[in-house]
Design a protein. Structure first.
Length: 313
């Protein structure tokens, strides 16, 4: 069985697509690489932010749900997203920027053994910037120069993702035994695991917390997608997941990639997604994210869909 090569993307809920777009493009300086809709409920936006092409491992995605209430925090949820920045000086740059834009944030501290700056978006989504110490990033990550963030401080891509669960070993065993993650730290109440030893690109922190499960709402994390190279590997993983007794959706064609979904025994929703064909399948690189892109099966409903959606720009 092939090893996983890190995170693919992570998906959240937002109440308002325009405010979400403003925060992630104008404050965080990410590129909106795809403006599309939730394929299972096309009356809502599905927005993707990332690097130049929205490469696997850089994508933050949001489903717009205008009726979303507030998140009631709890256990059995994905609870924090780590984003890599080049240096300690970058953390200082972002601390000043967050002060300027009145973004909720901490002092510079540490997290999972790394220099860190905790912050939240306007809907309470919990994130943390992590010092990448100038380490090389994957060759397929390509910087985008279209924001006002200096190149030496721009957000590079995803790092450590945190999960909070009621029963630690249920999730840790899944990651170690099924997905071949390596535990670099493991205690009675917390574990840090890596899909690529020594790399934070696929790092997951799992924390144990008793109590009620999180009630999702605006600013909550819906699922984490793990990176798979090809559809053939995805089919192999699908068979393995089912052998372990989990219910899987089977392979689903998302047009921009192939996916499958399943929940672990703490209720954490995982997606596994292929690298390709990627967001340039229906858009030139220079035009990514500008227009509403729809998968072919929804194209005949374009007029109906566009009439429902509020403009973002």
């Amino acid at each position: 069985m092939n090893k996983l090569s890190g995170h693919h993307h992570i998906s959240m809920l937002t109440k308002n697509g325009k405010r979400n777009n403003d925060f992630y493009t104008k404050i965080l300086g990410l590129r909106r690489v795809k403006k599309t809709v939730n394929q299972d409920s096309p009356s809502m936006y599905h927005l993707f932010y990332g690097d130049l092409t929205g490469a696997a491992g850089t994508e933050l995605t949001f489903f717009e749900m205008p009726v979303a209430g507030r998140t009631v925090r709890g256990t059995n949820a994905i609870t924090r997203i780590g984003l890599l920045v080049p240096s300690y000086e970058s953390l200082q740059f972002w601390k000043n920027r967050f002060q300027e834009f009145e973004v909720e944030h901490s002092e510079i501290t540490t997290y999972a053994g790394k220099d860190a700056l905790f912050f939240e978006d306007h809907e309470g989504l919990r994130m943390v910037l992590l010092n990448n110490h100038g380490h090389e990033t994957p060759a397929h990550w390509q910087p985008w120069d279209g924001s006002d963030i200096p190149g030496e401080h721009r957000i590079l891509g995803m790092g450590t993702v945190e999960m909070t669960v009621r029963y630690l070993q249920r999730t840790v065993s899944l990651l170690k035994e099924l997905f071949n993650y390596t535990a670099v730290i493991e205690s009675e109440k917390e574990a840090v695991l890596q899909s690529i030893p020594g790399e934070v690109l696929g790092e997951i922190v799992v924390k144990e917390l008793e109590g009620p499960s999180e009630k999702p709402g605006r600013g909550s994390i819906h699922h984490l997608a793990l990176r798979v190279s090809t559809v053939e590997e995805l089919q192999e993983w699908d068979a393995k997941i089912k052998e372990w007794g989990f219910e899987s959706t089977g392979v689903v064609d998302r047009y921009y990639f192939q996916s499958l979904y399943f929940r672990d025994r703490n209720g954490i929703l995982f997606e596994m997604a292929t690298d390709g064909p990627g967001f340039t399948v229906d858009s030139a690189v220079e035009d990514l994210g500008k227009e509403l892109d729809l998968p072919p099966f929804l194209e005949e409903k374009r007029a109906e869909i566009e009439a429902i959606l509020e403009p973002l720009d």
